[in-house]
Write a protein that binds this ligand. Sequence first.
Ligand SMILES: [Zn+2]
Ligand SMILES: [Zn+2]
Length: 256
Amino acid sequence: MLKTDAASVMGAAGCEPDHRQERIELAAAFRWTARLNMHEAVANHFSLALSDDGSRFLINPNGRHFSRIRASDLLLLDAGDPATMDRPDAPDPTAWAIHGAMHRNVPQARCVLHVHAKHATVLASLRDSSVPPIDQNTMRFYERIAIDDGFDGMGLGDEGERLSRCIGNHNLLVLGNHGVLVVGATVAQAFDTLYYFERACETLITAYMTGKELRIASDEVARKTAQQWAEYPDLAENHFRELLAILDEEEPDYRS
Ligand SMILES: [Zn+2]
Ligand SMILES: [Zn+2]
């Protein structure tokens, strides 16, 4: 059944190579996100561009729990194909609207991760969704996030177009009243950003809950620390390689 779905997707797009490595990496990101409980029910989506222009991309099938996604389950879509939502295996409509627009319009969006992770969503629910630099993790995002303040219902209309403008040249967009969206050059880089942003938000929200005054670093220190994060060698790659090694041992079916 799963193999048939994958085969029909390949057939529809012509004689495609199977993009096995990209499928494995994206499947691993779903599995680990489920372990971290950053997903929500069977909503939320991860996608990965395959073509140079980003128009062809992999994304999760509609209604599948992150913890069960396999490499062969991922849909291969064309952001320029108006018949996509007529397919028998059509993706979730908001996935199509938001991720299609991201892959069409945002050059740095090779991998797009969108979740309603608990602490990032609490941040998105505050009037002020900015992230003051109070620890190393929050400083990673200093001057490096965009905030969407235009929530207008579920992403079914031109929500995706608005969000793809709003993110600008940043890699992280706080979706006000909604959640978070991260983009990156690779699955490893996008996942690392998502992981550390949720950690940063967890610390910030917990600090807010104490009611005590925050210890906010100077602009100079925050900016320097953000740059050190950006230049730190192989951070995302080392992180993601270890996650794959654990999955290979404990739930290797994600590769199938
Ligand atoms: Zn969402
Ligand atoms: Zn999405």
